[in-house]
Structures are given as C-alpha cells and as structure tokens.
Ligand binder design. Structure first.
Ligand code: NAD
Length: 310
C-alpha cells in the first residue's frame, strides 16, 4: 500500500485510510466480530491510518476500535476527535476537550493518539476554537497525549480560514472531493499547501451515497443530490461495477490528499476497496456520470452555525 507524508507532521499514512464511523453503527448495526476482523484485515493489507471520534456511536466506535487494536496499536497512525458528542451536543471548551482526550485514550486503550481533531468546528464559535480549543489541544500535545492536532468540518472555506489562522497541523475535510463534488482543490488545497498543513479527505462515497445500500437515513443532502447519486450507482450496476470501487479510485487520484478515509463495516469491503488502487475507469462511464450529476455537481448542504457557512 502506498503511503504519503501528512503535511509537516512526519507521519506517513496509507493512501487508503480506515474510517471507523461504521464501527459505531452509524451506517446500520454491524456484527462487532465483522468490525474487528475488518480492522485486522486492513492492517494486514497495509492500511495504517485509522480515524474515529467519541461521537461515532456515542463512544461505541472508539470502544470497538480500541479493542480491535489491542496488541496492534504501534502499527497504526490513530486519529480521534473532541468537541462533538451527539447530533446536537458540542463543547469546545478547554476543560471539556482536555477531559475528552483522557476518556478517548481509555476507550482506545492507549496513552497517546497520533492526531487529535476538533470535530465539526462549524458548530462552535470560531473565536473559541481559535483562542481556547486549539491552545488547549497544543497543551495536550506538549503532554504527549496527542502527537499532532487539527480540525475537521464541512464548510470548506471555514476550514481554510481557521487552519491558517490557528496554524494547525492537519485538516480533515469531508464530502468535498469525490465523484459528486470537487471544490477542495480550489477552496482548500492552496491555503494548506502554502502553510504545509496536512490534508485528509473523508467520505469518498459521499457518506454512503455512492454504494448499492445508498445513504443512511440521517444523510443531510437534498433529495435531488441523493437521486443523482442513485443514478450513478445504477450506471455502475449496469456495467457490473461496484460504485464504491469507482468512487474511491476517483478520490485517490488527488495527489495533495495524503489519505482518503473510507468508512468500512466488513472485511470484504477492505478487499474490495483495495481494488480501487489499480482500477482503471472507463472514460465513457465517467462521461455518463458527469452528465448525470451535472444539475447538482458541486452542491453541498449547510452545516453548523449560519455564520460559519461562508
Ligand atoms: P463514506 O463515504 O466512506 O461511506 C461509508 C459507507 O460506505 C459505509 O456504509 C460503508 O459500509 C460503505 N462502503 C465502504 N466500502 C464499501 C464497499 N466496498 N462496498 C459497498 N459499500 C462500501 O463515508 P464515511 O464513513 O462517513 O467517511 C469515512 C470516514 O471519514 C468516517 O468513517 C470518519 O472516520 C471520517 N469522517 C469524518 C468526518 C468529520 O470529521 N467531520 C466526517 C465524515 C467522515
């Protein structure tokens, strides 16, 4: 598995990363044994980057990932988050962020994470994130509990502004670079590149939309975006292709992205997703997809406070 350096962190991450939101049942209940075997298979196949959050499954994902990583912790680059705890429960205060990491470390059965991200910063106040959350995270870094720190969220202009103003090490952006939307290159990459900030791209399947199972019930996209994605899935099905492989292959071609995080529920998906590394998309299919998504191409959805959706 190819690895890339993550900004100036010195961390070398596999180009495909393991998104652990599904381990928290965010995409439907999974058999915990499948989740555990998926983690083990991923490590055997060279995936060394794992991302979770206390929010996923309201701590369940961290619990399950921590258990699966027992005896394997040193082989992986581990990322978790702080500040988001439920659909509408956020707390970016220094006290909460500090306690949160200790709780995460206990669930993950480790004494440090490689990356700690403030989770979905658009739900907080930018002032607080810059002047309280990030400084508190830097203190945790000095204590050795987090090797590097960063931010995650959906509004991409906000990520660019806060990443530069707060001089973070890493940004995790999601649903801004995949077959349905590509504004990451224009709106985020230039600022990060100039400041040597590492970039992780998440949700190459547009949070499950580009799969046969379709999006989960909580997916916030407008119905016409979901309908366009459903047509993309049909175009793939007509050609006997797994849309997940095509979608992941597309995202992997962006060279500034160090790792693309795909949510994984089952060991079979690890193997399928590895096919994306060598897959060659038929240009005729890509043209048909462009035509299908044209009416909604690049459309996102609001997330967090109105003033943060710049
Ligand atoms: P995704 O686009 O990766 O889609 C995940 C869905 O695709 C799951 O239902 C999974 O079972 C399915 N899938 C994966 N491989 C498949 C295959 N080969 N065949 C069929 N279905 C397949 O969305 P995601 O999980 O939300 O994003 C990836 C990860 O990125 C998350 O798990 C999380 O770690 C991270 N993330 C972070 C944020 C944030 O910080 N705000 C937001 C989104 C995602």
């Amino acid at each position: 598995m190819q690895q890339r350096m993550l900004g100036r962190t010195g961390l070398s991450v596999s180009v495909i990363g393991f998104g652990a939101a599904p381990l928290g049942n965010e995409y439907g209940d999974l058999d915990p044994r499948d989740g555990q075997r998926a983690v083990h298979t991923a490590i055997e196949e060279g995936i060394n980057f794992f991302d979770t959050s206390p929010y996923y499954g309201r701590t369940l994902s961290e619990e399950r990932l921590g258990e699966a990583l027992l005896g394997r912790r040193e082989r992986v680059v581990l990322s978790t988050k702080c500040g988001r705890y439920d659909r509408a429960k956020f707390d970016f205060s220094a006290a909460r962020v500090t306690a949160s990491l200790d709780e995460s470390l206990a669930r993950l059965r480790t004494d440090y994470v490689d990356i700690l991200l403030a989770h979905d910063i658009e739900f907080g106040s930018v002032e607080q994130v810059l002047h309280e959350t990030i400084p508190a995270m830097r203190k945790l870094q000095k204590q050795g509990k987090a090797r590097w720190i960063g931010i995650s969220g959906l509004p991409i202009r906000l990520l660019a502004t806060v990443a530069v103003a707060g001089q973070v090490d890493v940004v995790l952006s999601y649903c801004h670079y995949n077959l349905m939307i590509r504004d990451l290159n224009e709106l985020l990459v230039p600022s990060l590149e100039k400041n040597q900030i590492g970039l992780i791209n998440a949700s190459p399947l547009h949070m499950g939309m580009l799969t046969h199972a379709g999006p989960p019930p909580w997916h916030p996209a407008a119905p016409e975006i979901k309908e366009a994605a459903r047509r993309v899935v049909s175009l793939c099905a007509e050609r006997g292709l797994n849309p997940a492989v095509l979608g992941l292959n597309f995202a992997l071609q962006n060279k500034y992205i160090s790792s693309t995080l795909v949510g994984i529920s089952h060991p079979a998906q690890v193997k399928e997703n590895l096919e994306a590394l060598t897959f060659k998309a038929d240009p005729e299919l890509l043209d048909a997809i462009e035509e299908t998504i044209a009416p909604v191409k690049g459309r996102s959805w609001p997330s967090g406070r109105p003033e943060n959706n710049l």
